[in-house]
Design a binder for this molecule. Structure first.
Ligand SMILES: CC(C)(COP(=O)(O)OP(=O)(O)OC[C@H]1O[C@@H](n2cnc3c(N)ncnc32)[C@H](O)[C@@H]1OP(=O)(O)O)[C@@H](O)C(=O)NCCC(=O)NCCS
Length: 382
């Protein structure tokens, strides 16, 4: 029987509800701490690469040099997309949203799996490598197709992040640019029990399949309250336009209860440690590009927000400065959320595989607010 409202505690948005045990990522939102398998995000951003991070999340330990080389080789070998998918993508309208394209392409990869009914751990590890390797190829291929350009084939001598930029622009990035992209992927690779990870787990928990679980993740990440916030930040910066406009814009938004995108977080009530790292890259890139306007607008927004609502625990989150970084890398705005997905697919897969070790289907409850009894009125009498 469904519980009665008076008898239960109802956590709207599942706030603070524990849905799983996980050894992968830990957040202390009160002090703004984030660790992958115990390793602080600051260390990962300084020393690691996306490939190493994906290995860490998926295998539960940092790889040896040999393990990392082998894992990187597997990713490289799986980067190219099946021809069927490429041909399908050519039929997609050029006006399609890249997140919709990514969601549909991931789902299509499920149809192209050579062993769709084999749910063994070995097959899922193969799928994991294919998905992680192919996310950037899908995003870059569509970004070119919609401009009427041929997709650029992946280059085996480039790392994951550098190869993505190469496939996107048709030109290999310089070392600094490749490093910025790599750090962005490391920072976004996992984030504990967020909406898209939970959504992936729900699908995985029915013992559906890896592609269905990850397709769910992509669809969930798309929303502006989740991964879509980075695009919304850029729209806001464009609307504000000048540093002078920033303070009145923020004050007016707060007065009218409009949210400032890139601020606030369900878990962090302190400065998001990823935002701190992105902020420094945003500063450096803006200096290198000799274009400080957006960064200065961003700093002004941050100053006013912390002054006005910092006491409520509202600080910049990962999406606030990432938009400025991607803008200076020359990446079209509607690819920001797909880039988030390129990184987060590693986290989704790690969590789904972990959950399958001790699976139980998710089946929560709700409070029924409709009538308990009602007559069936024949249609002609309604
Ligand atoms: C992330 C987010 C969805 C978390 O939502 P949540 O935990 O449900 O928190 P709420 O939306 O209930 O906000 C709690 C309070 O903080 C305020 N608040 C939260 N985020 C805010 C923001 N970005 N700007 C202004 N006020 C904000 C709310 O108005 C609310 O105030 P109130 O208690 O006076 O009504 C929310 O902060 C948000 O919408 N942020 C903007 C979108 C974004 O950047 N998302 C990316 C997250 S990584």
């Amino acid at each position: 029987m469904a519980p009665d409202e008076a008898e239960v505690t109802f956590a709207k948005g599942l706030e603070d509800v524990i849905v799983a045990k996980s050894r992968i990522t830990y957040i202390d939102g009160e002090i703004g701490k984030l660790v992958y398998l115990g390793i602080p995000i600051e260390e990962m951003a300084k020393h690691s690469t996306f490939e190493e991070t994906a290995y860490l999340l998926g295998h539960g330990a940092l790889p040896t040099r040999q393990q990392l080389d082998e894992y990187s080789r597997t990713l490289v070998a799986n980067r190219a997309l099946p021809d069927t998918l490429l041909n399908m993508m050519k039929l997609f309208p050029p006006t399609a949203l890249p997140m919709d394209v990514l969601r549909t392409a991931v789902s299509a990869l499920g149809m192209l799996d050579p062993n769709p009914k084999d749910s063994s751990k070995e097959q899922n590890q193969l799928r994991s490598a294919r998905l992680i390797a192919q996310f950037p190829t899908i995003v870059a291929a569509f970004a070119r197709m919609r401009q009427g350009l041929e997709p650029v084939a992946p280059r085996a001598d480039l790392g994951h992040a550098a190869n993505f930029l190469y496939m996107l622009f048709g030109q290999a990035p310089d070392e600094f640019t490749a490093r910025v992209m790599d750090v962005a992927l490391v920072l976004h690779a996992d984030h504990e029990m967020n909406a898209s990870t939970f959504a992936s787990l729900v699908t995985g928990s029915t013992l559906s399949d890896m592609y269905s679980a990850i397709t769910t993740g992509v669809g969930t990440l798309k929303g502006p309250l989740h991964g879509g916030a980075n695009e919304a930040v850029v729209a806001m910066l464009q609307e504000i336009g000048t540093v002078e406009n920033a303070e009145p814009y923020v004050l007016n938004a707060l007065k009218t209860k409009k949210k400032i995108m890139g601020f606030g977080h369900r878990v962090y009530h302190a400065y998001d440690p990823r935002a701190r790292i992105f902020k420094e890259y945003a500063r450096e890139l803006s200096q290198r590009k000799n274009d400080m306007t957006w960064f200065q607008i961003g700093e002004k927004i941050e100053e006013v927000m912390i002054r006005e609502v910092g006491r409520k625990g509202i600080f910049p989150n990962v999406d606030f400065y990432s938009g400025i970084v991607y803008h200076h890398l020359g990446i079209p705005t509607d690819l920001y959320t797909p880039i988030f997905a390129i990184a987060r697919v590693a986290g989704w897969i790690a969590h789904v595989m972990e959950y399958w070790e001790d699976n139980r289907i998710f089946r929560p409850a709700s409070i029924y607010t409709g009538p308990k009894e009602a007559p069936y009125v024949p249609i002609e009498k309604r």
